[in-house]
Design a protein around this ligand. Structure first.
Ligand code: ADP
Ligand code: MG
Length: 339
């Protein structure tokens, strides 16, 4: 199949599924795409690349999962600014002899996630490579002028929050790597594996949660949890010039994570602090907004936990253990990992 036929095959079939996506003035097929841009808003841009054998392996992810997650991780970066994802560009490098069905599946996942979050695929690039599949996604979003939620706006006295259940993706990965079975051939999984594997393969970027935060007016700093709670908290602490005190007893532990950790003789805390790829949100809120936000999130069924507070008395991240001891946490997570 020549390159043009391949591009048409990958992009044409699913561009008009009836989802209300932002329209393009000039779409796929010309030298570049053209989109209208609303006045009073700012453009938010990011890109992320997935390389087979580096970011995913065939035992951990089906091709459709890879596509889904590539789009999801990009959308998550837009969510982490409080913005709305609008357009995506896809750069695909694939070995010449790759079965087209693999690319079909990759694009199936890409489009599934794009449509779920209202993102229009505006174009991309296609090349062959002597190596493994590389998929780079560029994402473009929109935000109200001057409202972006940055890492540097945590203030002493803010509460630290997290959405969802960080650590589940890393636990799911641990399970998949232990099985060493092609991801395509894994049938229906039972608890506690199902939720964890789902968290790893199909993470849900928190666009709605971030928009609710922004609109509440109570938001401080915001990050998405791509590298584990410890690392995200450290980034906020550093950018804001403050300390973040996390409380072990308040970090949310999903029951399936607790159960799997028990079976695998691991500490849930290690995965929560040092895992990654959860694409939940970690941030700070002004203290006067905590109750209102908690009620708002609960009405919308989005798990939100207050897990600590911002302090001016130290810098970096510290963990208040259940014992009452306070320990420093490094970027890679709790210091268990060093032993
Ligand atoms: P050019 O030679 O002008 O760079 P291309 O042949 O690379 O054009 O691309 C033709 C059209 O197909 C463009 O609209 C481009 O954005 C789109 N496109 C190319 N590759 C991909 C891809 N892998 N996924 C989505 N769209 C693509
Ligand atoms: Mg091109």
């Amino acid at each position: 199949m020549d390159e043009f036929a391949l591009i048409r095959r990958l992009t044409e079939r699913r561009t008009r599924t009836g989802a209300a996506l932002p329209p393009l003035a000039v779409g796929i097929g010309d030298d570049a795409a053209v989109a209208d841009w609303p006045s009073g808003s700012q453009i938010v841009m990011s890109c992320d690349t997935m390389v087979q054998e580096v970011h995913f392996k065939r035992v951990t992810m089906k091709d459709s999962d890879v596509g889904y997650k590539a789009m999801a991780s990009n959308i998550s970066d837009i969510a982490a600014m409080g913005a709305i994802p609008r357009y995506a560009l896809l750069s695909l490098s694939a070995p010449k002899n790759v079965p087209v069905s693999r690319l079909d599946n990759l694009y199936e996942g890409l489009y599934e996630c794009a449509e779920q979050f209202g993102v229009t695929v505006a174009g991309g690039d296609t090349t062959s490579t002597p190596g493994e599949i590389v998929l780079a996604v560029t994402i473009i979003g929109e935000i109200e002028q001057g409202r972006a939620l940055v890492r540097s706006s945590a203030r002493p006295g803010d509460a630290v929050f997290v959405t969802g259940y960080p650590g589940c993706s890393a636990a799911g990965l641990h399970y998949l790597l232990g099985r060493q079975q092609a991801a395509d051939s894994i049938g229906e999984l039972t608890q506690p594996y199902r939720f964890l594997v789902q968290a790893h393969q199909r993470p849900q970027p928190q666009v709605k949660a971030a928009r609710m935060l922004l609109q509440s007016g109570f938001a401080g700093a915001l990050n998405d949890v791509s590298d584990g709670v410890a690392s995200e908290a450290a980034e906020i602490a550093e950018a804001s010039g403050v300390g973040l005190l996390l409380e072990e007893g308040r970090l949310p532990v999903h029951p399936d994570l607790a159960e799997y950790a028990r079976l695998a003789s691991r500490e849930p805390l290690d995965w929560i602090l040092g895992g990654g790829e959860d694409y939940q949100l970690l941030g700070t809120v002004r203290p006067e907004g905590v109750n209102e936000l908690a009620a708002l999130f609960s009405r919308h069924g989005i798990p939100l936990a207050i897990v600590g507070e911002v302090s001016e008395r130290f810098t970096g991240v510290r963990l208040l253990r259940r014992s009452g001891a306070i320990e420093p946490v490094d970027k890679r997570g709790y210091n268990h990992f060093d032993n």
